[in-house]
Design a protein around this ligand. Structure first.
Ligand code: 2HG
Ligand code: ZN
Length: 470
């Protein structure tokens, strides 16, 4: 028999008020909800899987009264530990609230519940020729509530920006059980503080998002995927300059190093279709204009680029299968590296115009420290957002690896500061980037942040310890 008094009190307070299937109490049933893709994990006190906003409100209100901390949970694909259980908190999973309403064609919006899976929203809106333009490798598992709470990025930020641009209404529930509608999907509503934008990126520390009105765009019509091998980072910059001046819209401009490609090729057991390898690769997705002969313009551009000395090889996908194959090489990197190795991840951003200089210096720093680890470089070149994955060599154990990474991290954060960048470009802060927040924000800024937290959640019970410690 489980004697945890808080657990017994909460179950008693909710007795007869919630259907049985909403509550998981056996530790083996709760365990999968304790962690995320960082592989950090903890044991939830209880897991709730509500089906309605009223149930969310009831759970939060009772937890508040009993002073029990709550972790809101989406698809748990985060890479910063934002949804990880650390001290036996209750987990509130929104996964069973996954309804997607019909698309509002005039308003170009769709109303969804927070547990809707991102890819399901894409498929739903595609039937109307529309798109919620958030595209990330985890789209088949991550949920809209998590996307909003972390202000997710992804591979199309260069074209559409981050998640915060694509929401015009939120329903939230505060810790005391109040249900609040924010902005009601209005395009224009100039009435002071924008609480939606405060909720986006709050990582579930202020209130729980239960529904959202998402803004949509026309589905790109004529997409093309191009793939290049290049000799250096400087060459990527030159290609990017050419692409910026080209007669088409860039939807994605992603890069990765040869070691990343090799890891993915090994895992997928197939080779890239480029004949000549390079130190780096670029996947570029574009949308052709709707005017006459756009393909001819692209062909001319490609011939010109392939003739330049900074490109080793290049191709353009000839079918949707080939397009998916090329995207598979980019989207498979995280998994391919993590499957066989222990990894420490850095999700950095600097001004787009300085990305090459920054990566060069970061790489130099890494090599100068002679760590028993390898550096895998990839990410969103066109957003100034490289991912640095540090991979443990077999010559050291886990403990030594952590020490090596901690040493590197200190220096890396100083470097990021020097370049005026950020140590969390798109993965959020969670548990892993807290030292960066403490270092990057002034005491005055932190005091305001903490005052906002206290205004929403006076007992400090929502996702405690994430982003900052109180
Ligand atoms: C990506 O861009 C994701 O693929 C994951 O943000 C990055 O694994 C990583 O470090
Ligand atoms: Zn990324």
């Amino acid at each position: 028999m489980d004697l945890n008094p808080k657990k017994q009190q909460l179950l008693k307070a909710l007795e007869g008020k919630l259907p049985q299937e909403v509550i998981l109490s056996k530790s083996e049933d709760c365990a999968p909800y304790g962690g995320d893709w960082t592989r950090m994990t903890g044991s939830p006190l209880l897991v709730f899987l509500p089906k309605t906003t009223e149930q969310v409100a009831l759970i939060l209100k009772n937890c508040n009264e009993l002073k029990i901390p709550v972790i809101p949970s989406g698809g748990r694909t985060g890479l910063s530990g934002g949804a990880v259980v650390t001290a036996n908190e209750v987990v509130l999973s929104l996964s069973r609230m996954s309804k997607i309403s019909s698309v509002d064609l005039l308003g170009r919006t769709v109303r969804v519940q927070a547990g809707a899976v991102t890819e399901a929203v894409h498929e739903h809106c595609a039937k109307e020729g529309l798109l919620w333009p958030i595209d990330l490798a985890s789209k088949g598992t991550c949920e809209v509530g998590g996307n909003l709470s972390t202000n997710a990025g992804g591979v199309r930020v260069i074209r559409y920006g981050m998640v915060r641009k694509w929401v015009s209404g939120l329903q939230i529930v505060t810790m005391n059980g109040d249900v609040i509608e924010l902005n009601r999907g209005l395009e224009k509503n100039n009435t002071g503080y924008d609480l939606i934008q405060l909720m986006v990126g709050a990582e579930g520390t202020l209130a729980v998002i239960t529904e959202a009105t998402l803004k949509l765009v026309r589905l790109p019509q004529k997409e093309k995927v191009l793939f290049f091998s290049l000799p250096s980072l400087e060459a990527i910059k030159q290609l990017f300059k050419k692409a910026r001046l080209a007669p088409f819209e860039i939807l994605a401009f992603e890069f990765f190093s040869q070691s990343c490609l090799k890891a993915v090729e090994k895992q997928l057991n197939r080779r890239s279709k480029l004949d000549k390898p390079g130190e780096f690769y670029v996947l570029m997705e574009i949308e052709l204009g709707l005017g006459s002969e756009p393909e001819d313009l692209l062909e001319q551009w490609l011939v010109d680029v392939l003739g330049a000395d900074f490109v080793i090889d290049g191709m353009w996908a000839q079918s949707s299968t080939e397009r998916k194959e090329i995207w598979g090489l980019r989207e498979g990197i995280t998994e391919s590296i993590a499957l066989t190795h222990e990894v420490r991840k850095y999700d950095v951003s600097v001004a787009v115009s300085q990305i090459v200089e920054f990566i060069t210096e970061a790489e130099r720093l890494f090599l100068s420290m002679n760590l028993e680890a390898d550096l895998y470089l990839f990410g969103h070149f066109g957003d100034g957002s490289p991912h640095l994955n540090i991979v443990r060599r077999d010559t050291i154990d886990h403990k030594t690896f952590v020490e090596h990474c901690d040493r590197f991290e200190k220096e890396l954060y100083l470097l990021i500061k020097k370049w005026g960048g950020s140590a969390s470009s798109e993965h959020g802060v969670g548990l892993l980037k807290k030292s960066w927040v403490a270092m990057a924000k002034t005491p005055q800024e932190m005091a305001l942040v903490k005052a906002i937290k206290t205004a929403f959640d006076p007992n400090h019970l929502l996702n405690p310890g994430k982003i900052f410690s109180l």
